[in-house]
Design a protein around this ligand. Structure first.
Ligand SMILES: *Cc1c(COP(=O)(O)O)cnc(C)c1O
Length: 372
């Protein structure tokens, strides 16, 4: 009987460490609404991300949805279909129309060379995704946004800990959202953060997060997006182990890289930019060539599952193919995104994954590829 290997597994601090962290909550009985733990975590993030313009939220999606609301956009927003449902939902739930742009084969991020052709007089922003933690072409996107007077927003849910040119990834664009969901590189069980360029947005974001309250008055129909003290305490613990956790993911990545070299029909994941980027090793997506491996990605997924190794078709289907978005004007052709969505398979990736487990996974893949 093979041991079960899930596709992802939450990083847990030592049990005693979390108990110590939450002990003070029994003294002050302040459990949410920007308490002591929330303020501590916020301070650490402000330092790490090198800006005071950070706010915490109950989850990444709420952060993104409220962040977009705070920017007061209208009309159309150009975005990628190769992402998690949240990205597009955050636009549509703000009454905005998503316009899908294709992605690049090299790194799955939005194709900046195809983007300008989609800009119309109704376009108000670009919402790009640092998918799998790989940075978009931040410099070129900044130029395009400037030239056309568009806001530039990043779904950086996968990219916590990533740096570009010595700066935190959130230093680029008008706004970035990090998700601190249990399965992400750094987590607060559920949680998220926004980093924003224009300091004026701070009051609006804090108000939107707390029912629109400004003192006793209510200025906007806000939401409840507050992070609890228990979640913030988990974040404080996980922050102490972040560096080590990323280092362990990196060694899993390197073991995959070595183990999947020369497997016929498999294009292993490779980071393209190396020198200017500090990576976080968030995911390990493979491209499976169905011209070489009969049955392609789905066959490989089954073969792995029969050995108790669980993978995920991440991202399939494309957001543009969701039932709820079929009434949108049909997207222009999205050939690369479509291909990737039909051929990608994300392998297990988490800090606790051992070298032996990764070697075992690679062996199963190699045998499955050879026997197809
Ligand atoms: C996880 C994720 C989100 C949503 O974050 P939550 O914290 O789960 O709400 C948004 N976008 C992407 C790309 C994600 O992976």
């Amino acid at each position: 009987m093979d041991e079960k290997i899930p596709v992802t597994k939450s990083s847990m601090p030592p049990y005693e460490e979390y108990c110590r962290e939450i002990a003070s909550l029994w003294k002050n009985c302040w459990l949410t609404n920007a308490g002591e733990k929330h303020q501590q975590l916020l301070g650490q993030l402000q330092e790490m991300l090198r800006t005071p313009c950070v706010e915490l939220f109950v989850n990444g999606h709420s952060a993104l949805e409220l962040g977009i609301e705070a920017l007061e956009l209208s009309g159309e927003v150009i975005t990628t279909p190769y992402t998690f449902a949240s990205t597009t939902h955050a636009l549509v739930r703000n009454g905005l129309k998503p316009v899908f742009c294709d992605i690049k084969e090299s790194d799955f991020t939005i194709d900046e060379t195809k983007l300008e052709a989609l800009i119309t007089p109704d376009t108000s922003a670009i919402l790009a995704v640092h998918v799998y933690g790989q940075p978009c072409n931040v410099e070129r996107l900044e130029e395009i946004a400037r030239a056309h007077g568009l806001k530039l927003i990043y779904d950086a849910a996968h990219a916590f800990g990533v740096q570009v040119n010595g700066r935190p990834i959130s230093a680029y664009g008008d706004m970035s959202m990090f998700s601190f969901h249990a399965t992400k590189v750094f987590h607060t069980i559920e949680g998220g953060a926004l980093v924003y360029r224009d300091a004026v947005l701070g009051d609006r974001l804090r108000s939107l997060r707390n029912f629109g309250l400004v003192g006793e008055q209510v200025s906007v129909p806000g939401c409840n997006g507050k992070l609890t003290e228990f979640a913030a305490a988990m974040g404080l613990c996980n922050m102490r182990h972040l560096e080590e956790s990323i280092a362990r993911r990196k060694s899993a990545y390197q073991t995959y890289e070595a183990g999947l070299r020369d497997v016929p029909g498999i294009r292993p994941f490779r980071y393209i930019s190396t020198e200017s980027v500090v990576q976080n090793y968030a995911y390990y997506p493979l491209i499976v060539d169905d011209k070489v491996i009969v049955g392609g990605r789905d066959y490989l997924q089954q073969a792995l599952e029969s050995k108790q190794i669980f993978t995920r078709k991440y991202f399939f289907p494309l957001t543009s193919d969701f039932i709820c978005y079929q009434d949108l004007a049909p997207s222009k052709s999205l050939p690369v995104a479509q291909y990737m969505s039909d051929h990608v398979l994300c392998l297990p990736m988490y800090a606790d994954l051992t070298k032996e487990q990764v070697e075992h996974i690679c062996g199963v893949i190699r045998r499955a590829a050879e026997n197809s």
